[in-house]
Design a protein around this ligand. Structure first.
Ligand code: C5P
Length: 237
């Protein structure tokens, strides 16, 4: 089964307040993207990785990757206005004979190798999987004026993570369908913030794979502090 890695890394980190691409922000001494890719080394996936970069910054991405992984070859694809567009561009850049694609956010530098492996195994068996963790917080739904409108049953809620892994034909079909439905940045339906949702909307099943709470998405300055602390702890272990 030929498996490739697709890393959406085209975010500009507005909520992080950083000046430049979020994936190149330094955490525990290295670019976040470098930590993220290193999680896939034990599985041999880094060699077949497509990195989706924010358009004006191709040179900086190429230089950072070359410095950290001089032996490896990456395919770089330009990002789009929303994550969904970036992933669609990355899918178009996979090797044509790829069977399975592992999609993982550059902003998650702490994915466990065991969850990555389980996600791939589930996608090979069922076609589509996402790593996720059961919600520990009670989730509140608000109305437009920030009044409590409802409280979904926490027992059924999971917090979505990545990797999300798919048979390539299935995820390409889901993205084509989403583009037709207008679920991209140019459309009137909100663009999807993950890919498993697009597959499920098509009526296909997606297997949930248990993740870890360490696999946080670096979004705010507080997340960056947590990631720094966790990565330094791993290094000194
Ligand atoms: O914005 P957020 O942190 O949810 O983004 C999740 C991932 O999607 C990040 O790794 C980010 O770089 C990527 N992204 C992208 N293209 C965009 C927006 C986000 O590749 N236009």
């Amino acid at each position: 089964v030929k498996t490739q890695l697709l890393i959406p890394a085209a975010g500009m980190g507005e909520r992080l307040g950083c000046d430049g691409p979020k994936a190149l922000v330094h955490v525990a001494g290295k670019a976040m993207l470098v930590w993220t890719l290193a999680r896939f080394e034990p599985l041999g996936l880094v060699d077949g990785a497509v990195i989706v970069f924010p358009s004006p910054h191709e040179d900086r991405f190429a230089a950072a990757l070359d410095e950290a992984f001089p032996e490896r070859r990456f395919r770089l694809a330009p990002g789009g206005p929303a994550r969904q567009d970036s992933v669609a561009n990355g899918l178009a850049a996979l090797d044509p004979d790829t069977d399975v694609v592992v999609i993982h956010d550059a902003a998650r530098p702490l994915a466990a190798t065991s969850s990555i492996r389980a996600s791939i195994e589930a996608a090979v068996a069922y076609g589509a999987s996402t790593v996720a963790v059961p919600c520990v917080d009670t989730i509140l739904e608000s109305d437009a004026d920030e009044w409590l409108a409802g409280t979904p049953d926490r027992g059924k809620l999971w917090a979505c993570q990545t990797p999300q892994t798919f048979r390539v034909d299935l995820i390409r079909q889901a993205h084509e369908r989403a583009a037709q439905d207008g679920t991209d940045a140019g459309g009137d339906v909100p663009s999807a913030t993950d890919d498993a949702t697009l597959v499920q909307r098509m009526g296909e099943r997606v297997k949930l794979v248990m993740g870890t709470r360490h696999n946080l998405k670096v979004t705010t300055p507080a997340d960056l502090e947590w990631a720094e602390w966790l990565l330094r702890g791993e290094e000194s272990a």
